[in-house]
Write a protein that binds this ligand. Structure first.
Ligand SMILES: Cc1cc2nc3c(=O)[nH]c(=O)nc-3n(C[C@H](O)[C@H](O)[C@H](O)COP(=O)(O)O)c2cc1C
Length: 200
């Protein structure tokens, strides 16, 4: 059977350093035999969660915007890659708003005890976090990692692995670091390979 890996880009730059790493990881997943799809959060039109709580009783959101089809894609994906720069010691606001809108999954899983992710998928959904930052301080990914882990847990994705590159203010162009691009490719490949080895 075919497995689908979704890559989410949290950077506003469709061809920036984060996007280059995501593309390498998705190329690896594709070469491992998976279907891949990239979602650029900055291309979506949606508003942040308004705490309407329509999702307490419904399997979707009251705000009918670009998030609605995304919910189905996230219920059905087999593994996930989120690639994002650090902004203001966390993740970019647009990506955070995107994640907050998964309250729909939170309510289904924790309140109604009826997760939107099918049982057979829950066992094998893994997540890879690709992070980059300008600064080289040791705690620079702490905030982003907390958010990423919470998000993965809400959508039934295991926090499987990470590729964190700091000091982009010095590196500037990730193309000068084939070692990091190769690491992204290898992690994407492994993510896909694992699905074929251990999937349903
Ligand atoms: C609005 C904004 C806020 C940022 N805040 C931080 C920060 O708090 N810490 C940090 O290390 N880098 C910060 N950066 C730097 C980015 O993480 C870094 O430049 C990264 O390489 C950008 O990736 P991109 O070009 O793929 O979007 C910030 C950049 C922007 C644009």
């Amino acid at each position: 059977m075919g497995f689908r890996i979704v890559g989410v880009l949290g950077s506003p730059l469709a061809g920036g350093n984060t996007a280059k790493l995501l593309e390498r990881a998705l190329a690896g997943a594709r070469d491992a035999g998976c279907e891949v799809e990239r979602i650029d959060v900055y291309d979506l039109t949606f508003r942040p969660c308004r705490e309407i709580f329509y999702c307490r009783e419904h399997e979707t959101c009251a705000m009918k915007d670009d998030m609605i089809p995304v919910y189905r894609e996230f219920a059905e994906l087999d593994s996930l890659i989120v690639a994002t720069p650090v902004m203001t010691m966390g993740i970019p606001g647009a990506l955070k708003s995107f994640m907050d809108r998964f309250q729909v999954f939170f309510m289904a899983k924790y309140m109604r005890k009826k997760p939107l992710v099918p049982e057979e998928k829950r066992a094998h959904r893994r997540g890879l976090y690709i992070g980059i930052s300008g600064m080289a301080v040791p705690y620079v990914f702490d905030g982003a990692k907390l958010t990423m882990k919470a998000f993965f847990s809400i959508i039934d994705v295991e926090y499987w692995d990470e590729l964190l590159t700091n000091d982009m203010d010095t590196i500037r162009d990730i193309s000068t670091r084939p070692d990091i691009l190769d690491a992204a490719y290898r992690k994407g490949f492994r993510l896909g390979e694992l699905l074929h080895q251990e999937g349903p």
